[in-house]
Design a protein around this ligand. Structure first.
Ligand code: 5GP
Length: 176
């Protein structure tokens, strides 16, 4: 089985460095108040695991499963595949997303979570494809803005493959 040699867009070291910086920004914004990270499955699970290990032990975690992609194309229809176990009413909630593309997924989930009356609702996204946005959404913390590439690795998949790649790579592999 191949480990998949794709051209790295962000190396493991770049990702870890940026996560340390994001963590400082996030902690400063909460000013010591407790919060819960809501990881969006499946793509954010590695980012969330690394981010969480830079945060205080009191920070809670839960997961929400959403799906809108088939292959390299969004279906445009967002489906809830797994709901939270936590009642988030009255809590500070930090949504942890892998990548924001059209913004459809994020706007759907912000509406859904907002209706549960959290004390506050913020978003951290590791990657932001700004130029692809079709729906207006506010992202509080962005790891890296990126161009319109399809990317895989570090939790991001192509038909469930590539998630374990320890860096973010560009798909398809460049022909050399
Ligand atoms: P949106 O609803 O913003 O168009 O899409 C967001 C979701 O689409 C992300 O959470 C991710 O699952 C998927 N997605 C968008 N762009 C990419 C990409 O370049 N690579 C991968 N693997 N997934 C993507």
């Amino acid at each position: 089985m191949s480990l998949g040699n794709l051209e790295p867009l962000f190396t493991t070291e770049q990702l870890q460095h940026r996560i340390q910086e994001l963590s400082q920004e996030i902690l400063a914004s909460y000013g010591g108040e407790p919060f819960i990270c809501v990881g969006i499955l499946k793509g954010s699970f590695i980012f969330l695991a690394d981010l969480l290990r830079t945060l205080p032990v009191e920070v809670k975690v839960d997961f929400l499963g959403l799906s809108s992609y088939s292959g390299t194309e969004s279906t445009g229809v967002v489906r809830l595949t797994h709901d939270l176990k936590t009642d988030i009413s009255g809590m500070h909630v930090l949504v942890v997303e892998d990548i924001v593309d059209s913004g459809l997924t994020l706007s759907y989930l912000l509406r859904m979570l907002g209706a549960r009356q959290p004390k506050s609702l913020k978003v951290v996204a590791l990657l932001d494809k700004v130029a692809r946005r079709t729906v207006d959404v506010d992202i509080d913390f962005v790891g890296f803005p990126i161009e319109d590439h399809f990317v895989v690795g570090y939790g991001l998949d192509l038909d469930e493959g590539y998630r374990g790649l320890p860096y973010i790579g560009m798909f398809p592999p460049s022909a050399e």
